[in-house]
Unconditional design. Sequence first.
Length: 136
Amino acid sequence: MKISATVALLVEVLTGGTWEEMAKFCDGMSQGSLLCLDSLTVYSSIIEYLTANGLSEYSFWTDGNDRVLEGHFFHNNGYAVYMGTPYWAYTCNSQQECQQEPLGGVQENCVEMDGGRFHYLNDVSCNEFKHVICQR
Ligand SMILES: [Ca+2]
């Protein structure tokens, strides 16, 4: 998938792994890196692509994480991850009281595009199994 003149993406659904495993996968497979969602244009293009190709159910790692400083999410390029709407998912309790992700605290330090929630962003444990989108 070619997203612009300068950025190409690899959407990988045949394999998956932890956040660190998939970061290595991107590096080894294409000298690339995990997807950096720092643009709404890129984000919407990817969602269109996933929908058009029947990949709506898959969850994917992005490069966003707060592993260095809890609660402060950064991309690998050092820029802060955009918070709030329209990037992040929300979670409601049984009283229909809703909060926006990220909600995982110290247990959840890596950012996925959540296939169970229409590919909105969500923080999860970095050790979970996810598919991956690489960029270069
Ligand atoms: Ca966290």
